[in-house]
Design a protein around this ligand. Sequence first.
Ligand code: HEC
Length: 105
Amino acid sequence: MALGLCACGPQARPITPEQSAALVPAEARLAALYETSCKTCHTIKASGAPLSGDAAAWAPRLKQGMPTLVGHTVQGFKAMPAGGQCAGCTAADYEALIHFMSGAK
Ligand code: HEC
């Protein structure tokens, strides 16, 4: 394979909005929170949000570190409203939701 031109890694395969929308957090409470908040933007490409399950889109954001990502969610960030439209989310919920959407371990 020629120098760095292989588009065959899992990160190089973009997730479709349909695949993104089919993802559901394993934990029931988290799934309920997700359904009415993050999911309404993070599975819709036109929203400008990194799609749930799109590892390539999340990778540069994860580099900021989890505390910064949780802080951006709580305070709002660019087109994302403060709290990500989740009135019932705790800081721990935000962290778990970001883990779920980004695929971060
Ligand atoms: C109204 C739409 C909307 C909702 C609801 C929403 N987001 Fe977002 N989110 C966005 C957009 C748009 C961006 C990209 C902002 C940018 O970088 O321009 C984003 C980016 C993010 C980022 C990356 C921030 C960074 O520093 O790069 C995180 C983390 C995030 N959202 C978490 C969440 C979580 C968790 C929820 C649910 C509790 C949520 N979002 C709900 C629209 C939304």
